[in-house]
Write a protein that binds this ligand. Sequence first.
Ligand SMILES: Cc1cc2nc3c(=O)[nH]c(=O)nc-3n(C[C@H](O)[C@H](O)[C@H](O)COP(=O)(O)OP(=O)(O)OC[C@H]3O[C@@H](n4cnc5c(N)ncnc54)[C@H](O)[C@@H]3O)c2cc1C
Length: 305
Amino acid sequence: MTPDPNAIAETKPVAPEVRSVRPEGAMVDVMGGDLRREIKVLDHGLVALVDAMPRLVPEGQTADQAIVQAARVSYGAGTKRVNEDRGLIRYLLRHRHTTPFEMVEFKFHCAMPIFVARQWIRHRTANVNEYSGRYSIMPDRFYRPSAENVRQQSSSNRQGGEEQADQSTADRFLALLERTERMHAEYLELTEKGLARELARIPLPQSLYTEWYWKIDLHNLLHFLSLRLDPHAQMEIRVYAQAMLDLIEPIVPVTVEAFRDYRSGAVALTRLEVEAMRSGKAELDTENKREQAEWREKREKLGLA
Ligand SMILES: Cc1cc2nc3c(=O)[nH]c(=O)nc-3n(C[C@H](O)[C@H](O)[C@H](O)COP(=O)(O)OP(=O)(O)OC[C@H]3O[C@@H](n4cnc5c(N)ncnc54)[C@H](O)[C@@H]3O)c2cc1C
């Protein structure tokens, strides 16, 4: 019989040759053997660090070494002689050479009020898996700000609150929150009567707590932190950002130090601000009141006001 010219010859699978490399010295867990490290936030919230990559590092090192290892691929092995690891990380952060920071990852378990989750979810570079009110009953945990955190609308910042609200306004607001919380009992009753959980949850207020697993690389986490630690971010999300920074600091201490030095503690100047500084003017050369206010804030930070 003539062989079919289109037939594909059968090949036997060949097992690939795998070369394993073992560490020369001992490896240590960057989380010190802990399953999770948790910080309580607000009245019922939490941020728990549940995993990190790299999880194991050579003894005496931190997860910062994964950043250095990646950076040396582009800068070459000779870099080690020129730069110490700390210097290299600080250089990378200052010059926004960001990809080496993506080699480190963190996985968090977080519980936060829904209005905080709405701000948080805007950070699209994380991987998220949230508690589902379609499958499960939403637990009756609600955020109620403490008296000093019932804030008056800020007069200078349209988005924010600042000083404490007066007593009667605060009392009315807290009473209103309490009334919305009472909806939970009716929500439970309706689900017990068979109403679909996906519908029954609709009236529940934004103060209700939700929770999620949130995984992100260090570069994008630093971006999140620089936006959400900023005093212009709402206090109720700032406290979560601070808890995350506290949790990662022992794991990537050199990066966190550089982040404080070059990002969160830095002041960026616009061209108009540089010109005002050069000419020693207190006012900016613009009619824009908002820009003038921002310049005043920066002058205070710089000790010029
Ligand atoms: C103080 C404050 C006030 C805010 N007020 C408002 C508001 O009033 N209304 C409102 O809607 N939002 C508001 N936001 C949310 C804000 O606009 C951003 O959506 C949020 O901060 C996430 O930032 P990001 O997109 O840089 O982060 P990520 O989503 O984590 O993205 C990180 C970076 O990746 C890149 N990237 C990600 N996705 C894309 C994409 N699809 N296309 C192009 N580049 C991408 C961008 O460079 C981006 O900076 C506010 C945020 C803050 C901090």
